[in-house]
Design a binder for this molecule. Structure first.
Ligand code: HEC
Length: 128
């Protein structure tokens, strides 16, 4: 069944590319989707809604532009003292290895794939 779906998707993508030309090809059908990745890998510990909290991690609404470890969540002293102000580049670095960038950080999950880190950082920047 899923094979059939995949084949169908491929056929549709090919048809779309044929109609719309190179522009569609640039839109990279396999580019990782930050929002989907967030739901799969982050949402169990982080809320993306200002009025909701997830007990296991800080709320990530407005994370770009704010000081690391500055939410009401019980942060590690290391993250709060890190002096980092989050931008997308720093977020990508953190996601590559939280305790490498900030030894003593309480976040133990990392994202090995650079394209996925970039997609996640772009998505986090949209959380307002
Ligand atoms: C198992 C729970 C868990 C998962 C899964 C998790 N995190 Fe975290 N995250 C944490 C905790 C705990 C902290 C607080 C770290 C600290 O205070 O040192 C944190 C901190 C952060 C921060 C810093 C927030 C701030 O205000 O300084 C960002 C950004 C972040 N996580 C992004 C992500 C992303 C993106 C994902 C998904 C790829 C993710 N996290 C997955 C637990 C998690």
């Amino acid at each position: 069944m899923s094979h059939l779906k995949l084949a169908l998707c491929g056929a549709l993508a090919a048809a779309a590319a044929a109609v719309a030309g190179p522009l569609v090809a640039v839109a990279a059908p396999n580019a990782p989707d930050g929002e989907v990745l967030f739901r799969q890998r982050c949402a169990m510990c982080h809320s993306n809604v200002a009025t909701k909290q997830v007990p296991l991690g800080p709320n990530l609404v407005g994370v770009v532009g704010r000081k690391a470890g500055s939410t009401p969540f019980k942060h590690s002293p290391a993250l709060t003292a890190s002096g980092i102000t989050w931008d997308t580049a720093k977020l990508e670095q953190y996601l590559a290895g939280p305790t490498k960038l900030v030894p003593g950080s309480k976040m133990v999950v990392s994202v090995p794939d650079a394209a996925q880190r970039a997609a996640l950082a772009r998505y986090l920047a949209t959380l307002r």
